[in-house]
Write a protein that binds this ligand. Structure first.
Ligand code: PMP
Length: 360
């Protein structure tokens, strides 16, 4: 078997143990005589899978009892609309922080529903630094403040939860979900597409505080209405059963790894190794200010752009896959999610060192 080290930003590498368990359980799940793909979502087998997944996720993140946990569909991009539809509650103003590509996508979609105030933008720095908290222009009467804790493309990550007073804080946690402990009570709502740290694409996890429910705009499609989904156990319509099941196996795997505290330490160590190597080299560079560098997505440039294609090709030949950067920023990007072992980072650094020696 030849598994590569897969540095894709998402869908991304999954723990091998989880894939093997999926394989072993595929055609006959726990003696049910069928696959999870073939079961009724309302039957007792799948209900037990769904309930265990939610319980394990609550455990991992220490989700307080007054938060609902939803397993929805449509990806994080659908939440760009679902958030204003559910949370504006008759108001029309919301604050957004712009720290990169995904913040901007959320703003653009949100503008269909709300008057958006961009309270702070990283644009001036070319998306390499987060403006000082003191310079943010937040509105006390905004329905919520939206931000992107980790910018998957620009490689910026908030290392602290921003303080926004009493206005509910909404986070698109897609690309650093479950990578470190999170103080859920600081948030009104957290959402994340599963396909980086939580499982396969097709599930979007929403964690929402009870008191924010019940304000949905009357035009909200029923499947995007958090109250209706919460009442229906995220089964208002047929959920992404198989994907939900795989997420559940990832949650069990995370618990076996020692939980999110252990993941945070491992993730910090992996990222630091790569940044240290990049910073010490005259050949590779990362422009992001060190205090806000992402532990999940490490964009980097080579000294000569003309070497990009060769780099990607030779890396691939050595089992280091999907290092080509996003077209919006160019260069390379190494995504180091939970399931990327430290050995993958070591192999990448060894390759980079050798590439510099032969091409630098
Ligand atoms: N937000 C962030 C931070 C992302 O990284 C992505 C996907 N890369 C999205 C939103 C969009 O997610 P989806 O494709 O699940 O809609």
């Amino acid at each position: 078997m030849a598994r590569v080290f897969n540095f894709s930003a998402g869908p991304a590498t999954l723990p091998l143990e989880v894939l093997e368990q999926v394989r072993d359980e595929l055609v006959d799940w726990h003696g049910a005589g069928m696959s999870v793909m073939e079961m009724s979502h309302r039957g007792r087998y799948f209900m037990s899978v769904a309930e265990r997944a939610e319980a394990d996720l609550r455990d991992l993140l220490d989700v307080p009892a007054h938060y609902r946990v939803l397993f929805l569909q449509g990806g994080a991009a659908t939440q760009f609309a679902a958030v204003p539809l559910n949370l504006l509650g008759g108001q029309d103003r919301a604050d957004y922080l712009d720290t990169g590509h995904w913040s901007q996508k959320a703003i653009k979609e949100g503008e269909k529903y709300a008057r958006i105030n961009v309270a702070a933008s990283a644009r001036e720095s070319g998306y390499t630094a987060i403006p000082d908290r003191a310079s943010w222009r937040l509105n006390a009467d905004a329905a919520y403040v939206h931000y992107t804790p980790n910018e998957t493309i620009h490689g910026l990550e908030f290392q602290q939860v921003p303080s926004v007073g009493d206005v509910p804080l909404v986070a698109d946690m897609s690309s650093n979900f479950l990578s470190r402990p999170v103080e859920v009570s600081r948030y009104g709502l957290i959402y994340a597409g599963a396909q980086k740290n939580a499982g396969p694409a097709g599930v979007t996890i929403v964690i929402v505080r009870d008191d924010l429910l019940g304000r949905a705009h009357p035009y909200t499609p029923m499947t995007l209405d958090y109250v209706r989904q919460a009442e229906a156990g995220s089964m208002l319509n047929t959920p992404a059963c198989f994907n939900w099941y795989v997420c559940g196996l990832v949650f069990q795997w995370l618990k076996r790894q020692g939980g999110l505290g252990a993941m945070a330490q491992r993730n910090a160590r992996k990222a630091q190794k790569l940044y240290d190597f990049i910073d010490a080299s005259g050949f590779y560079s990362n422009a992001v200010a060190p205090p806000v560098r992402s532990r999940m997505n490490v964009p980097f440039a080579l000294a000569y752009e003309r070497l990009n294609a060769t780099f990607v090709e030779q890396a691939q030949a050595q089992g280091l896959a999907a290092l080509k950067g996003h077209r919006a920023v160019g260069g390379m990007r190494a995504s180091l999610y939970n399931a990327m072992p430290e050995a993958g980072v070591d192999a990448l650094i060894a390759f980079m060192r050798e590439f510099e020696r032969t091409h630098g």
